[in-house]
Ligand binder design. Structure first.
Ligand SMILES: Nc1nc2c(c(=O)[nH]1)N[C@H]1C(S)=C(S)[C@@H](COP(=O)(O)O)O[C@H]1N2
Ligand SMILES: [Mo]
Length: 510
């Protein structure tokens, strides 16, 4: 039984290793259009079909480690299937072979269903399948006692040893395949050579934007600490030399620009706080950065949108889409085709070589990374990736605020003057934050001091010197936007269009 289970795992490992190796070759040779790795294709197809409740569950349980969780889950399911095939093979070899064929066919179908897939992309899955069938027969013939005349075959201990060897070898081969296919190295080289264009009017961080309390999220978040959210299982590696951005759809004239053309345009800087709609009250799926880019409106103007168009469906190199109101890309706000974040080229994680940044809208309807197409269209005719998955068609950012210091459940000490510093951030992108108040226990709402406003598109820090009494207390925060509207205390989950409620923490004062 153990030998059979090991056999099943050996078959699975060989299928994956051969598939990854061939996928690497297909990718390196430039024959691939989609995702030739069956593992990544199945994972991607699964992600795209994840129902809203499961996505919410994954994000709330695993946070930004949801991809790792998916891979672990896939590995467990796959290992179980392999064990079933291995055990089944002992008595019913044909059934086990058939089951292998079915699984490989499912994987091949997943590959074929990925955006941009070409015939060459399914070759790795098929090659893996053929190798797997051969190994299954071989293992079976070596380990199954076939009658009194059986010549010995392989004993249990040897079989398990061979199995362990094959598993280790397969892991190496699979890793090699990924290394062969990966464009990460050449993309990284290209990235290092990029000089970020100078801008006529650089933005600056006003003195006083930071309230100077330890533990508050930095006013400008470094790229390496910036939150990352996307549906991509591996980070798309897009070479600037082959990158193009096309404007299509309801336009007088289709336009296509390449990387050099983009870089030759007059660039602007804008400070914009990016915000994920999946952010829970008190969550940290947001960040503020200085973005450098060419205004989207300038590119759209070259294409001349036709009357009746009200949406731009932007598409990324990996097929993801966002539906943005045309107006948000053509009015006077700083909507950019961004090439830099905090004056460094974007990292591949954050959309290298180019992405969209639109002040005032959640990322899922605006912030397309690895952007390759802007299709001018209508909300009546098209929808972005998340809309059919239960999220609103439009996603303006809701006014909200967060307590960064202290943390929930902290034990805090009072300073010599009896005070405890409370501090955090508040945002109402493109409208602006004009007030923040805190409430201790059942007390009255009291004004906090705001850091200097850099732009209405960015968050503001706030600080409050709390005259604390010893014991356990709850602290709540709320923000007001420029229209005088206070953030609602009514609680709502992130779906379908952003969470609401006051961030509230408990602390014990010593
Ligand atoms: N290509 C692509 N772009 C994308 C996404 C994605 O899944 N794929 N997710 C969007 C979402 S939901 C958010 S919140 C922002 C996050 O940008 P960041 O990862 O740079 O912080 O990217 C947006 N752009
Ligand atoms: Mo998001």
């Amino acid at each position: 039984m153990l030998v059979d289970a090991v056999g099943g795992l050996v078959v699975g490992a060989v299928v994956l290793a051969v598939a990854e190796l061939v996928a690497g070759v297909v990718q390196r040779a430039g024959w691939s259009g989609g995702e030739p790795s069956p593992v990544l294709a199945v994972g991607g197809a699964f992600v795209d079909r994840t129902p809203l409740w499961l996505k919410d569950f994954a994000v709330s349980t695993f946070g930004t480690r949801d991809k790792l969780a998916l891979f672990v889950g896939m590995a467990v399911v796959l290992a179980l299937l392999c064990v079933v095939i291995g055990v089944l093979a002992r008595r019913r070899l044909r059934a086990a072979l058939l089951m292998t064929v079915v699984f490989v066919a499912v994987a091949a179908a997943a590959v074929a269903s990925r955006p941009g897939a070409r015939a060459a992309d399914v070759v790795p899955a098929l090659a893996g399948g053929v190798a797997g069938l051969a190994v299954l027969r071989w293992w079976h013939s070596r380990t199954s006692v076939t009658g009194p005349s059986y010549d010995g075959g392989t004993d249990r201990r040897t079989a398990i040893g061979i199995g362990a060897g094959v598993l280790a070898g397969a892991a190496l081969v699979a890793w090699g395949g990924r290394a062969i296919g990966s464009a990460a190295r050449s993309v990284n080289e290209a990235r290092k050579k990029i000089a970020i264009p100078r801008v006529a009017k650089p933005v600056s961080v006003p003195a006083g934007a930071s309230v100077g309390v330890d533990g508050v999220t930095p006013f400008v978040v470094p790229q390496r600490d910036f939150y990352r959210i996307d549906t991509a299982l591996t980070i798309p590696q897009v070479d600037p030399s082959s990158w193009r951005l096309r404007v299509t759809g309801m336009v007088e004239r289709e336009v296509e620009i390449d990387w050099d053309t983009l870089l030759s345009k007059p660039m602007q800087e804008a400070m914009v706080t990016l915000m994920c709609v999946s952010n829970e009250v008190g969550g940290d799926l947001n960040g503020n950065a200085i973005w450098t880019g060419w205004p989207v409106r300038e590119l759209l103007a070259q294409a001349r949108p036709k009357p009746g168009a009200d949406m731009v469906l932007s598409r990324s190199a990996d097929g993801w889409t966002a539906g943005t109101p045309l107006e948000a890309l053509t009015d006077d706000r700083s909507s950019l085709i961004a090439v830099a974040m905090n004056r460094e080229p974007l990292t591949p994680k954050h959309g290298f070589p180019a992405r969209l940044v639109v002040p005032g809208l959640y990322g899922y309807v605006s912030a397309t990374k690895w952007v390759t197409e802007l299709k001018v269209t209508r909300f009546a005719d098209d929808e972005g990736y998340w809309t059919p998955r239960g999220w609103s068609e439009k996603g303006p950012v809701k006014t909200s605020s967060r307590i960064d210091v202290p943390r929930d459940d902290d034990k805090v000490r009072r300073a010599d003057n009896g005070k405890v510093a409370l501090a955090g951030v508040a945002w109402a992108q493109h409208r602006g934050v004009t007030g923040v108040q805190v409430r201790i226990d059942d007390g009255a709402w009291t004004d906090a001091r705001l850091g200097t406003e850099a732009t209405t598109d960015a968050w503001r820090q706030w600080v409050y010197a709390w005259d604390a009494s010893p014991g356990k207390h709850t602290i709540a925060v709320r923000a007001r936007d420029a229209a005088g509207e206070w953030q609602t205390g009514e609680t709502a989950p992130p779906d379908p269009n952003g969470s609401t409620g006051w961030h509230t923490i408990s602390v014990t004062v010593a």
